[in-house]
Write a protein of this length. Structure first.
Length: 431
């Protein structure tokens, strides 16, 4: 398949696009029918990103083969991959795409500082170079935009998705406050679920490293919808040191636990007073049992007027005790995201999520043909054992065997399967 004349990836890309225009599908060609979202070429490897949604299962399989054929028939192409558009969206009742880690900040008790902590933490993480998003889940009394200095309105993308508002420090924010600017909205209970689902799940988050979800107080529709259905990676609990608040913290912790949301820790907030200030919370009650079961012990955040100001503070260079506490919280959250965010997916892993099953199997066998003795990593949904069996069978036909199979559960994101073959000659490409 290689050309005598070396060609640049861009030249190859243009030639591949020309060939794809000759493919017939649904009465047109895949590009004209807007089924191809992207054609990428790197070192002769072509990756098609395909929107399979308008295509039925049978046609999807045929289209995959046609694209692979068109790619391989082009001079300079050494290998073809077909991936499904939007395949990285987690498979949950409330999929959120464009975001790596989602962390809820919650407490069943109102006024304990959830929004204050969320806003300060968002700024601290953004200062650290992370792309941060904040979803204000309080549909009755939204207030995160004020602290983050986010100004609406939230626009709608051409495909009808809410476009997050971006603050001067690059934090993307979605809040009902940025949509309905005339005060609290009287959503009926049944609608809260839909509003949260629509705003959080459909928002066009732009490649966020972390999304913080500022939960409303209580354990109502919005909290249930998010904790039960959104792909949360972890949850922070915010608590003031009063017996009443500790009881509320336990309720939220129990909700996290019942829905397999790992508790990152309890942030004891407004504990003691900053110098020259007084605080109503000078008790020493803490939900110690909840804190002990969490990922980390979190230092208390003092009552600090500096945290109430909607100005850009430098948490990397903290001046007040409150800022120092937020800086420490930032470190804990970063560590959690890095260590508990599941196994790292290798950069060259082939994303098979969203492809028809037969195409998945053929693609893996083809990858082996190209990889020879090198390990092959794939990300997929569905039963990883089925795929391993098919690869095993295919290798056996060639006198080879699977030497190593690692299967990691990526949770909502599917499975990471790493395969390595040994012995025999190279497996024939299945295309
Ligand atoms: N560490 C702190 N130092 C000083 N003031 C604080 C601190 N944490 C919160 N506050 C203040 O306490 C009040 C309640 O905080 P906040 O709105 O963040 O609570 P909340 O839990 O988000 O409330 P709600 O449940 O109503 O959403 C605000 O006036 C805020 O400025």
């Amino acid at each position: 398949m290689t050309d005598e004349t070396p060609r640049t990836d861009e030249e190859i890309r243009r030639a591949v696009v020309d060939r794809v225009r000759e493919v017939e599908i649904m009465g047109g060609d895949p590009i004209g029918e807007q089924l191809i979202e992207d054609v990428d070429v790197a070192d002769g490897i072509v990756t098609f990103t395909v929107d399979f949604e308008p295509v039925g299962r049978v046609l999807a399989d045929r289209l995959t083969d046609q694209l692979r054929g068109a790619g391989l028939a082009t001079d300079g192409v050494v290998h073809v991959r077909v991936e499904a558009a939007g395949s990285d969206a987690p498979e949950t009742g409330l999929p959120v795409s464009g975001v790596d880690s989602i962390i809820a900040v919650g407490s069943a008790k109102g006024g304990v500082g959830k929004t204050t902590i969320t806003a300060a933490l968002a700024r601290a993480l953004a200062e650290d170079g992370l792309d941060v998003g904040v979803f204000d889940a309080n549909v009755y009394a939204p207030d995160a935009p004020d602290l983050l200095e986010a100004e609406g309105p939230v626009a709608t993308s051409p495909t009808g998705k809410p476009m997050p508002v971006e603050t001067d420090d690059g934090i993307q924010v979605v809040s009902i406050e940025l949509i309905a600017e005339d005060g609290p909205v009287a959503w009926r209970g049944a609608m809260v679920h839909d509003v949260v689902k629509d705003l959080l799940g459909n928002a066009a988050w732009d490649d966020r490293d972390v999304l913080l979800v500022d939960l409303p107080p209580g354990i109502g529709d919005a909290v249930y919808t998010i904790v039960q259905q959104a792909p949360l990676d972890g949850g922070l609990l915010v608590s003031t040191p009063t017996d009443e608040c500790v009881r509320a913290t336990r309720r939220t912790a129990a909700l996290y636990s019942a829905n397999d949301v790992p508790s990152i820790g309890v942030v004891p907030n407004m504990v003691g007073a900053a110098e020259g200030e007084s605080t109503p919370f000078d008790g020493d009650a803490l939900a110690e049992d909840v804190a002990e079961a969490a990922y980390a012990e979190i230092d208390h955040v003092p009552f600090d007027p500096a945290l109430r100001e909607p100005t850009t503070r430098s948490f990397a260079d903290p001046v007040t005790d409150g800022e120092r506490a937020i800086d420490a919280l930032r470190e804990t959250v970063l560590e959690f995201v890095e260590t508990e965010g599941g196994p790292a997916v290798p950069e060259d892993a082939v994303d098979l999520r969203g492809l028809p099953p037969e195409s998945c199997q053929r693609q893996v066998v083809t990858e082996f043909g190209v990889a020879d003795e090198e390990p092959v990593s794939v990300v997929l949904r569905g039963d990883p054992d089925d795929l391993v069996d098919v690869v095993d069978e295919s290798l056996a036909r060639d006198g080879r065997s699977l030497e190593r199979t690692d299967v990691d559960d990526l949770g909502y994101d599917g499975w990471l399967v790493e395969l390595e073959a040994a012995g025999g000659s190279t497996v024939e490409s299945a295309t």
